[in-house]
Design a protein around this ligand. Structure first.
Ligand SMILES: Cc1ncc(C[n+]2csc(CCOP(=O)(O)OP(=O)(O)O)c2C)c(N)n1
Ligand SMILES: [Mg+2]
Length: 450
């Protein structure tokens, strides 16, 4: 109620037109060859490696969920499985520019965002920082296991094993999970890497992330906040409330110097065109294009629609939008075009879309297109690209070996048993080495979209 803002009748009744700025749609269309000078070979291959890490991790879950096995080893996974097969480039592009001071919040479908953010944080942190995190988490228990069984030669490789192991344990409800196995697939998080808890309430990330962005602004903390949400979440009231809260006029009109400007937050809509079986554009929504929703704010939330199947397009957008957020010109809305090749969950019969539609998208699968661009641009050879894929598959297999070892440990609700106990729960005996050898898997296999 600022009396300084006098409500003048003649202003309120004045004849005028409300205008809007054009909203860019998929303007960035560069390839690896076009961007060869702006990224290193390591960076291009790193993007691909992280995309494969996600695809393979989720293919593993899918295989265990549907067939009860992964590469010949039997497992059960009774938890939820909202896979993001097809949406990997979207997450990797987003995470590429983010560091541990940038916080992400997610949804029921967020394994991809978690993995991408974790691997990106590892790539950016120093060895000392990573070792400290590994030593401190869970009283160092996870690090002990990782050190013992990792094949990683560098601290970063060991940290990747540590990270994927903690996530795997979390999903399989094991005590060594990042939330002691109590959160599971839809609530995974790891704060040291800036990964905040995901949330199965559609649109739930919006208001929570906005609160954190307000905290960052008021306390002048570094970094930005990303509220990941699906296109279906754009129909949810709390999401609009959050976007309005993040863009309120008072930040510019009334807040004192040094604190002016909208909140440092990106409302990142992963627009896969479906909310379960409902098609958003044309059916359940009124927006035509999701990016239009930015018009709830005077700065149109710097809204833009981008190609989420090109990691380079997502990186480009995040670099530009971060600058705006740092200048106090937030919030930002990104309508990130993507597509899930898998079902809404593994029990989805996909009766709401045709086989032809999925096949057409499959032909553009970033997991095929991006590595081919790397090879065509002579950034790396086919052999180098394939070696990356094999290493990732090998890591997943090792993670499951480790899980297999600890598989008979009770779930966290009942356990206090030290982690050094044998699979049979003998409290003291250390695991014999042969358990690992015995648990070896078949040779790396080809990645499919199945
Ligand atoms: C408030 C709320 N309503 C309904 C659901 C059930 N539900 C779970 S996922 C989902 C669809 C969400 O679609 P979208 O936001 O586009 O995300 P996507 O699944 O496509 O990644 C629905 C309706 C829920 N979890 N929370
Ligand atoms: Mg959706």
């Amino acid at each position: 109620m600022p009396k300084s803002m006098y409500v003048k009748p003649e202003d309120k009744f004045a004849k005028r037109t409300i205008t809007f700025e054009d909203i860019p749609v998929c303007e960035y269309d560069k390839t690896v060859a076009d961007e060869k000078k702006n990224f290193t070979k390591e960076e291009f291959l790193g993007m691909y490696a992280d995309m494969v890490a996600i695809r393979e991790f989720e293919s593993m879950l899918q295989s265990i969920k549907l067939q009860g096995e992964y590469n010949g080893k039997k497992f059960t996974y009774p938890g939820p499985s909202h896979l993001a097969i097809g949406e990997e480039a979207t997450a990797v592009g987003q995470a590429f520019t983010l560091d541990a001071n940038d916080f992400i919040f997610g949804t029921h479908r967020s394994h991809h965002e978690v993995i991408a953010k974790g691997l990106s944080a590892i790539a950016k942190m120093t060895d000392e920082e990573l070792i400290k995190i590994m030593e401190e988490f869970n009283g160092g228990k996870n690090y002990e296991i990782v050190k013992k069984y990792t094949t990683g030669k560098t601290t970063k490789d060991i940290a990747k094993d540590f990270f994927i192991y903690g996530l795997t344990c979390e999903l399989f409800a094991k005590d060594n999970g990042f939330a002691r196995g109590l959160g599971g697939s839809m609530h995974a998080f790891f704060l040291p890497f800036g990964i905040f808890p995901n949330n199965a309430i559609v649109g739930g990330s919006g208001p929570i992330a906005t609160g954190v962005a307000l905290y960052k602004k008021c306390n002048k903390k570094p970094g930005i906040v990303v509220a990941n949400a699906g296109d279906g979440a754009a129909a949810r009231g709390p999401v609009y409330e959050a976007m309005n809260f993040a863009a309120m006029d008072q930040y510019n009109e009334l807040w004192e110097d040094g604190y002016k400007g909208g909140l440092p937050i990106v409302f990142n809509f992963n627009n896969n065109h479906y909310g379960m079986g409902g098609q958003t554009k044309g059916e359940t929504m009124a927006y035509g294009d999701l990016a239009r929703l930015g018009c709830i704010a005077q700065n149109q939330m710097n809204a833009e629609r981008i190609n989420g199947w090109n990691p380079l397009a997502v990186i480009d957008a995040y670099k530009r939008k971060r600058k705006l957020l740092e200048e106090g010109k937030g919030p930002v809305l990104l309508d990130v075009v993507t597509y899930r090749l898998s079902g809404h969950s593994t029990s989805d019969a996909m009766s709401y879309r045709t086989k032809e539609e999925v096949e057409e998208w499959s032909k553009l699968d970033p997991l095929t297109v991006f590595p081919q661009q790397i090879i065509d641009a002579k950034v790396a050879t086919k052999k180098e690209v394939e070696a990356i894929r094999d290493a990732v598959i090998d890591r997943n297999q090792r993670m499951l070996c480790w899980l297999l070892i600890w598989k008979s440990l009770p779930t966290p609700i009942t356990t206090n048993i030290p982690i050094t106990s044998k699979a049979s729960c003998s409290p003291t005996k250390k695991l014999p080495r042969w358990t690992i050898v015995n648990a070896k898997f078949a040779k790396p296999r080809k990645i499919t979209n199945a």
